[in-house]
Write a protein that binds this ligand. Structure first.
Ligand SMILES: [Zn+2]
Length: 174
């Protein structure tokens, strides 16, 4: 149950961010994703691994790139992970003690979801968050200028893109 103070803070500042990420981890990850498009020749993407926070949100601690999990993931130009590659991801999560808290991939143009993005969520469970970086991730995009979508189940999604950094908070610090 929320304490009176938590309720007061929620009333004053709105709900806590659903995702938090250290700015340096975000910036490195986005730079890697841009590099892995090979100059805008293919899409790229990553699983975002991390842990749960006491306020119900999640902290992103690591980008695990699709082409590191499946060397052929980017071959067609659009991200496709073979099911046979997934045990490598689960093993990595187990070693680190992390879970998949979200995913991110780049688009050539806009950060709107494609029909296939909507039809096949990376983690098909309600509450999963998928982010899309526009323009092959050039220009170091941050929340506020990216697509942020929450899978609701049953093929439905909520669009949180406009909430930007109130939804995905980048934090300074070591
Ligand atoms: Zn897409």
């Amino acid at each position: 149950m929320a304490s009176p103070l938590t309720r007061l803070l929620g009333w004053l500042f709105g709900p806590p961010p659903r995702l938090r990420c250290r700015r340096s981890i975000w910036a490195d990850g986005v730079r890697q994703l841009e590099r892995r498009t090979r100059g805008g020749r293919q899409e790229s993407g990553a699983y975002l691994l991390g842990t749960e926070l006491p306020d119900g949100g999640r902290r992103i601690l690591e980008f695990v790139y699709y082409d590191d999990i499946d060397p052929r993931a980017l071959e067609t130009g659009e991200v496709t992970i073979r099911q046979t590659a997934l045990p490598r991801l689960w093993e990595h999560c187990r070693m680190r003690g992390y879970g998949v808290v979200a995913d991110v991939h780049v688009h050539p143009g806009s950060c709107r979801q494609s029909p296939s993005d909507m039809a096949s969520p990376v983690m098909p469970r309600a509450g999963h968050i998928a982010m899309i970086l526009p323009d092959f991730a050039t220009g170091a995009p941050e929340p506020g200028a990216i697509g942020i979508y929450e899978f609701l189940g049953g093929g439905r999604w909520a669009d949180h893109s406009a909430a930007g950094r109130r939804f995905v908070k980048l934090e300074d610090g070591a």
